[in-house]
Design a protein around this ligand. Structure first.
Ligand SMILES: [Zn+2]
Length: 396
């Protein structure tokens, strides 16, 4: 078994911890991802995202530069076991030297502020993949999640939490759990833990739950079918392909996916997205998108975020299971062929999946997929072969 994982947010998590005065490093930590556990788990390559939140965190370009400085520091500090991937041949060379490969990505194309020159700068910095949008509109295009529906959902969720917290407080003194502000989770299932402990099931509770659920579903289940790439975005995606930066359509709107298909010629990726037919969250891909991505020779990475794997009604916990990941893998392979399937855990960008809590869990996933009928040859493709193929076809 070898492992290539197309997405984690560990750099942002670690730099954030350092800025809050909590010392932590990439080599060994209590995050989902660290280098020593990856070596144990026979990782070949990890994509490390520089995840930047566009709104409310200062200048996004400065942020990406700070993350890049941090990445360089970690590369230097761990050069005995970690080395960057700038060309495809680096992967085999790093492996021959017994080193884990790191491929640098940006999660949020908006850091470029629509300047094509910035793409060239990112390339020089070592970036080889860019997630075109996160959950905000930017100069490149639009995400699937709608800003107005998000505001409505946040409002009803706040009301719902206050309601359940009030009930819990009177029932047993506990309060509803924290909201999901992790990089990728929409927060629906993380929100209402206290509900079952309180007077759940009363007519008033049920009515309020249904009202809140309606807005949550409207937000999570409505894809953006009209707002795709902007004119500038089409230019920038073509430029990326020319440079050898892989466009990543995870988070991008459905309309944007089809625009990328039109603008590009080479394979591209959905680095951390599951199947919408299995879980209706619009962060996941429709069957048609899966087939078209497969037709292009691209690959999509299984995301371990519990909310993207299966949905629970408000008021129920969603701990995350390995079985749910297997269901998505089965569906994606059935629809698009096993060649389209890869890994994109989203580690350190999501709440811990209790079934797959970190890089040490990859062997467990391998066995679960094997038991579900994936052959060893198929699993070689899923765990590293398919992504290697895309990197061979796209990196210089
Ligand atoms: Zn993400």
């Amino acid at each position: 078994m070898k492992v290539i994982d197309m997405h984690c947010d560990t750099l942002s998590e670690l730099l954030g911890r350092r800025e809050r005065g909590k010392a932590a490093g990439l080599r060994q930590n209590d995050c989902h991802v660290d280098l020593l556990r990856m070596k144990e788990s026979r990782y070949l390559l990890q994509n490390f995202a520089m995840f930047v939140v566009l709104e409310g965190f200062g200048d996004p370009w400065e942020r990406v530069c700070a993350l890049h400085r941090y990445y360089q520091e970690e590369l230097e500090r761990n050069q005995d076991i970690l080395a960057p991937v700038l060309r495809f041949s680096d992967i085999a060379e790093n492996e021959a030297q017994g080193k884990l490969s790191a491929l640098l990505t940006v999660e949020e194309g908006g850091v470029c502020r629509g300047e094509t020159e910035k793409l060239r700068e990112l390339y020089r910095m070592g970036v080889r993949m860019i997630t075109l949008t996160w959950n905000f509109d930017n100069e490149i295009g639009h995400p699937n999640f709608d800003a107005q529906k998000k505001q409505q959902m946040k409002h009803v969720m706040k009301t719902w939490r206050e309601y359940t917290a009030g009930m819990s407080a009177s029932a047993d003194g506990t309060s509803a759990s924290a909201d999901g502000t992790s990089a990728c989770a929409a927060g629906a299932s993380a929100c209402a833990a206290g509900a079952s402990a309180c007077a759940a099931g009363t007519a008033e509770w049920e009515q309020k739950r249904r009202e809140a659920q309606f807005f949550v579903d409207a937000y999570l289940h409505t894809p953006n079918l009209t707002g795709g790439l902007t004119g500038k975005g089409r230019e920038m995606v073509a430029e990326m392909e020319g440079l050898g930066i892989i466009p990543d359509v995870s988070h991008l709107s459905d309309a944007g996916f089809y625009d990328v298909l039109e603008v590009t010629k080479k394979p591209f990726v959905a680095s951390h997205s599951n199947a919408r037919a299995v879980c209706p969250n619009v962060r996941n891909m429709t069957d048609d998108m899966i087939r078209r991505l497969a037709g292009r020779g691209g690959v999509m990475g299984l995301n371990f975020c519990a909310d993207f794997l299966e949905e629970k009604p408000l008021g129920e916990k969603n701990p995350g299971t390995v079985e749910a990941v297997v269901r998505h893998a089965r569906h994606i392979a059935d629809v698009g062929g096993v060649e389209v399937l890869g890994l994109g855990s989203d580690f350190d960008g999501i709440d811990t999946n209790e079934g797959l809590p970190g890089v040490q869990s990859m062997e467990k996933l391998w066995h679960a997929l094997h038991e579900a009928g994936f052959s060893e040859d198929a699993l070689d493709k899923v765990f590293y072969g398919n992504v290697l193929r895309v990197y061979r076809d796209t990196l210089g």
